[in-house]
Design a protein around this ligand. Structure first.
Ligand code: AMP
Length: 195
C-alpha cells in the first residue's frame, strides 16, 4: 500500500537526515528538491546555473521552476510503496498547486512532519555543516534562509494542521531518539489505516 510523507522544517532542523532514515526504513522514494538542484548545479545545466545564483544567496528558486523539475522527476520515479518529499512544498503557492496535482493523479498525502529545534541549535548545526563544505551554509546566507523559512514556508504548518496531517517533532535530541519517535508515529498511522 502506497503512503506519502512531506517533511517541513527550518534549515538544519534535520530534514535531510530523517528523510533518509524514514525512506530507508519504509522503502519510500526520497525526493529532495534541494538535492535535485545540487545535482543540476554539479552538471552545470542552465537550471543549475540559475539555481546556484539563487541558492548561494539564500533565496528560494521560483515556484514554477521548482515544480516543473519536481514533476519531471516524480513521473520517472513512481514507487508503489510511496514517496517522501523533503523540502517541497516550501511556499503556500507550491502547496496549493501540489494539492491539485496529487488530486488529479489520485495520490494521497498521508503525513506531514514538522521538524523543529531552538534557533541556537540550528546555528550550531549550520556551523558544523559549513565546516563540512556545504556552500549555502554560512552566517549571512543562513540568516537569509531562516528569514525566508519564516516568511514563506512556516505558514505550511498551519495549512497542514488544518488538514489534520501535521505531526510536530522536536529534533533537539539524539538522532536515534528522534527517529524512534517518528517511526512510532508512522507505525501508529499505518496500524490505524490498516484496521
Ligand atoms: P535544501 O537542501 O532543502 O535545504 O534546499 C537547498 C536550497 O535549494 C534552498 O535553500 C532553496 O534555495 C532551494 N530549494 C530547495 N527546495 C526548494 C523549493 N521547494 N522551492 C524553492 N527553492 C527550493
Amino acid at each position: 500500500m502506497e503512503f506519502n510523507i512531506i517533511m517541513i522544517g527550518p534549515p538544519c532542523s534535520g530534514k535531510g537526515t530523517h528523510s533518509k532514515l524514514i525512506s530507508e526504513k519504509y522503502g519510500l522514494s526520497h525526493i529532495s528538491t534541494g538535492e535535485l538542484f545540487r545535482q543540476e548545479i554539479a552538471k552545470e545545466t542552465p537550471l543549475g546555473v540559475l539555481a546556484k545564483m539563487l541558492i548561494d544567496k539564500g533565496n528560494l528558486v521560483p515556484d514554477s521552476i521548482t515544480l516543473k523539475m519536481l514533476y519531471q522527476y516524480v513521473n520517472s520515479l513512481r514507487n508503489d510503496q510511496g514517496h517522501l518529499l523533503d523540502g517541497v512544498p516550501r511556499t503556500l503557492a507550491q502547496a496549493e498547486i501540489f494539492e491539485k496535482f496529487i488530486k488529479k493523479h489520485h495520490i494521497k498525502c498521508d503525513l506531514v512532519f514538522y521538524l523543529h529545534s531552538p534557533e541556537e541549535v540550528l546555528f550550531q548545526r549550520m556551523f558544523k555543516r559549513a565546516a563540512e563544505g556545504r556552500a549555502d551554509d554560512n552566517d549571512q546566507v543562513f540568516l537569509k534562509r531562516m528569514s525566508n523559512y519564516f516568511e514563506l514556508t512556516h505558514v505550511l504548518t498551519e495549512y497542514y494542521l488544518a488538514k489534520g496531517k501535521l505531526i510536530s517533532i522536536s529534533t533537539n535530541a539524539p538522532i536515534h531518539e528522534v527517529s524512534a519517535t517518528i517511526f512510532a508515529r508512522i507505525d501508529q498511522y499505518l496500524a490505524e489505516i490498516n484496521k
